[in-house]
Design a protein around this ligand. Structure first.
Ligand SMILES: NC(=O)c1ccc[n+]([C@@H]2O[C@H](COP(=O)([O-])OP(=O)(O)OC[C@H]3O[C@@H](n4cnc5c(N)ncnc54)[C@H](OP(=O)(O)O)[C@@H]3O)[C@@H](O)[C@H]2O)c1
Length: 350
């Protein structure tokens, strides 16, 4: 069976990556693409790299245009999808790449986003540990009709730290993550601080001091992984001049009495059978370049004995595994398709 698909926000970065992956997916047929200011233009006017979809024209983003497709992917600015998704009446599966359906706690939404809080949907990070005995988020995605794809930084950090939390080998109250991130994570809309002249040859920290919107999402995910104490994380992203990619360095205090071997085993056991999350051999650390265009999260794990901390370095492509790849992987699971369908583990480096 071929599923009919619509992509809302098809002129943006996340929408463009969804379309690139969907165009090569054997079970999905992209029938409709929508935009906002670009509605009425040919898709390739805004996505000139998507030659196989050159026949499509961007339409208005309305419930009437989106209803009637088997699957609808939303890639709109946060706050724009919640009201729209509530009006869908005839869509088997909706996947939101924005934040509107990620947070379960209305107070978190009010504190970090503001505006109306919409119901939380099934979280689209299949490999995320959820509770005891190695259970994964994958199980919740089977048959789900509404899926919230993750924040790119949030899923990188949650995947980095969940194994230690679930195994009880790190302390959830003392987590620190510093991320090098590419500017495509901030979207395609023109912003002065994202101009080439502001980004080239410099590294620019932003949302410093506990203000980044992905913090409550990370805390929610790590609580779900079985944290036995409140989750406290110091989270600092730094914009660097690479168009795609996240390199997250996360550290956590090792719990008393836990050995280095037990720490390493927590990560290796968590991801041993995962097709897209790979723990690299001891002493090897990932590069963002190796994840570009791939649906992979690559991870290196070190034990800093002197500091009493584990150090996890994780790389992924914010637009692939960080958004569109996670959305399609989750949709595959929901619809009962093989999870890897249409998704590659090979990047395009250099
Ligand atoms: N970029 C990433 O790495 C990434 C990662 C994870 C999650 N996400 C999430 O994915 C969503 C899209 O991000 P993006 O980076 O693709 O942003 P983007 O490049 O700015 O694209 C935004 C898209 O939404 C449309 N749009 C703008 N305002 C709208 C409105 N009021 N109503 C309906 N449509 C509107 C735009 O249409 P026009 O261009 O026609 O105006 C465009 O198609 C965001 O919620 C973001 O947080 C992004």
């Amino acid at each position: 069976m071929t599923y009919s698909v619509a992509v809302a926000g098809a002129s943006g970065y996340a929408g463009g990556e969804l379309l690139r992956l969907l165009a090569a997916h054997p079970e999905f047929e992209v029938r409709t693409v929508t935009g906002h200011s670009s509605a009425g233009q040919p898709l390739i006017a805004t996505q000139p790299h998507l030659r196989s979809l050159a026949h499509l024209t961007l339409r208005e983003t309305t419930p009437e245009v989106l209803d009637g497709h088997d699957v609808v992917f939303f890639a709109l600015p946060h706050g724009a999808s919640g009201a729209l998704t509530a009006q869908l009446t005839d869509v088997r599966l909706a996947v939101d790449c924005g934040a509107d359906h990620r947070l379960t706690d209305a107070a978190d939404w009010a504190a970090f986003y503001g505006g109306e809080h919409h119901e939380a949907w099934t979280y689209g990070v299949p490999e995320l540990l959820v509770g005891a005995a190695g259970a994964k988020q994958r199980d919740a995605l089977v048959g789900a009709s509404r899926i919230a794809a993750p924040g790119c930084n949030a899923s990188t950090v949650a995947l980095s730290l969940a194994p230690g939390i679930a195994a009880g080998v790190i302390e959830p109250s003392d987590l620190v993550s510093v991320l090098a991130v590419g500017p495509s994570g901030a979207g395609k809309a023109a912003k002065t601080h994202l101009l080439g002249a502001e980004l080239m040859g410099t590294a620019n920290p932003y949302a410093v001091g506990g203000t980044h919107r992905h913090i409550p999402e990370i805390q929610q995910a790590l609580r779900g992984a079985g944290a036995q104490a409140p989750v406290t994380i110091s989270f600092t992203p730094v914009l660097v001049p690479m168009s795609r990619g996240i390199l997250a360095t996360s550290t956590a205090r090792i719990a008393p009495g836990v050995t280095a071997a037990e720490v390493r085993a927590a990560w290796e056991d968590a991801y041993a059978d995962e097709p897209f999350v790979h723990v690299l051999p001891e002493g090897v650390y990932p590069r963002t370049a190796d994840t570009v265009g791939a649906n992979t999260c690559l991870m290196g794990v070190a034990i800093d004995e002197a500091a009493g901390r584990v150090v996890v370095v994780a790389a992924l492509d914010n637009l692939a595994k960080g958004t569109a790849g996670a959305a399609i992987q989750s949709a595959n699971i929901s619809l009962g398709l093989p999870e890897r369908t249409g998704l590659s583990v090979d990047g395009v480096a250099p």
